[in-house]
Design a protein around this ligand. Structure first.
Ligand SMILES: [Zn+2]
Length: 103
């Protein structure tokens, strides 16, 4: 018999007994305003690139990585997954979870 790893729901913190749902989320920098014009192709950008590299070197690798893209994955029970699907961007959910944790 295959034993399933016991998982807790990320939102309600209860043990997931039925179907476990996985939520994957990615937050990444949009490439808005990155329009290439003829000047970009003809200009010497060496100094600009050098300055950008200098700025980047001052930022820690973790911070730089988090600013570019950050991924999350968590498990939900059926009840919380149903609520999540209704409105995935509901910011009140984090507060709801904190209340449940104080029990
Ligand atoms: Zn739950």
């Amino acid at each position: 018999m295959v034993k399933r790893k016991i998982e807790k729901c990320f939102f309600c913190r209860r043990q997931i007994k039925g179907v476990r749902y996985i939520v994957r989320s990615v937050c990444y920098a949009a490439c808005d305003n990155l329009e290439i014009c003829p000047w970009d192709l003809s200009a010497d950008l060496t100094e600009l690139i050098r300055q950008e590299i200098k700025k980047i070197r001052k930022i820690s690798g973790k911070k730089l990585n988090d600013e570019i893209a950050k991924c999350w994955e968590f498990s939900l029970c059926g009840r919380c997954a149903a609520e999540y699907r209704k409105n995935p961007a509901d910011g009140r959910r984090a507060g709801w979870r904190e209340k449940k944790d104080k029990r």
